[in-house]
Design a protein around this ligand. Structure first.
Ligand SMILES: *Cc1c(COP(=O)(O)O)cnc(C)c1O
Length: 337
């Protein structure tokens, strides 16, 4: 099977399994797991921040960030395509009692002027704008990348207006291998960020929330309240450390594969509106009367799994477990439709 459903489907490589097997562990709720401590220190230093917190999922890492940065009756400003709005079950309201102020960016990428214009004045009858969340790369935006300069401009607006800035960096390394920017250069522009180890990086489980000492101290309490305090989590953290050491650079291969698929799709008369392919996500529309249900069914019968991303829209995601040969084979299947 060629699984283009998501980059979350990756399984640990033999090298990663070996690292997990060899991990030294302890009880992380007592802060006594040396491998978790090492992963947290590694991530904090990589992004130039003081501290970090290993979380079971990216959703939990983001939700903790929302909770720590805001108070009830505040609002978070973000793009309408944001993962925190679209795919986290409305947790911003549930956990934090806050509203969302949704903006329409370009493929999920905001500009500083839009953010500035969205900040509400301080009246008693308005939600209080206190946090901006940006997503790099933006999943629903087709794996789109934030130019560093645009992040810097948003940062300036946030500082001028005393707003916090959180980066949902679930796929930040996909952006970094393309732009060549250092993790620290992005880290310097945000108050906190979350990164996913279990997407293209290939770890089985885990995300890391990164920020200041004081921010992470609060985050640790919120994680426990959410039930996310884990015990011998070092086995999972070892996979994360391995992923950061050995499976970042290869993200470039995934991007090349996505571009190859896009080139092939571009030749097909029944495909329209292929979103710009900047990283490992490929989003396109089918010309009616073709429907995602029929198309996905055809793919499945021919060994390819993908997902619908709207009434006429399909998403392909390339990753560690999609080889060069599989991409070739997938292109043949597409041509046969
Ligand atoms: C996958 C993802 C997350 C976190 O997802 P989990 O499945 O909870 O780990 C957060 N943000 C973005 C942009 C994502 O793509």
């Amino acid at each position: 099977m060629i699984n283009l459903l998501s980059d979350t489907v990756t399984k640990p490589t033999p090298g990663m399994l070996k690292a997990m097997w060899a991990a030294e562990v302890g009880d992380d709720v007592f802060r006594e797991d040396p491998t978790v401590n090492a992963l947290e220190a590694k991530c904090a230093s990589l992004f130039g921040h003081e501290a970090a917190l290993f979380c079971p999922s990216g959703t939990m890492a983001n939700q903790i960030a929302l909770k720590v940065h805001t108070r009830p009756l505040d609002e978070v400003i973000c793009d309408e395509m944001s993962h925190i709005y679209q795919y986290e079950v409305g947790g911003y309201a549930f956990h934090s009692g806050i509203a969302v102020n949704l903006l329409k960016g370009e493929n999920g990428i905001l500009r500083a002027e839009m953010v500035e214009a969205a900040i509400k004045p301080r009246y008693d009858w308005l939600p209080r704008s206190s946090l901006v969340v940006i997503e790099n790369t933006c999943n629903k935006g087709g794996g789109s990348i934030y130019p560093l300069k645009q992040i810097q401009e948003i940062r300036q607006v946030c500082q001028k207006n005393s707003l916090a800035l959180h980066l949902d960096g679930a796929r930040i390394f996909n952006a970094l291998v393309e732009t060549g920017d250092s993790p620290a250069s992005i880290g310097a522009e945000v108050d906190s960020l979350s990164i996913c180890l279990s997407k293209g990086l290939g770890a089985p489980v885990g995300s890391v929330l990164i920020g200041s000492q004081a921010f992470i101290a609060e985050a640790r309490r919120v994680r426990k309240a959410m039930g996310g305090g884990m015990r011998q989590a070092g086995y999972l953290a070892a996979a994360g450390i391995y992923a950061l050491d050995y499976q970042v650079e290869r993200l470039r291969d995934d991007h090349a594969h996505a571009r190859q698929l896009a080139v092939a799709l571009n030749e097909l008369s029944w495909v329209v509106n292929i979103r710009p392919v900047q990283t490992n996500i490929l989003i396109f529309d089918l010309v009616s009367p073709r429907t995602p249900v029929q198309f996905l069914d055809y793919l499945k019968q021919n060994g390819v799994i993908a997902s619908a991303f709207g009434p006429q829209t399909i998403r392909f995601v390339t990753h560690l477990d999609v080889t060069k040969e599989m991409v070739k084979q997938g292109i043949e299947v597409l041509k046969g439709y």
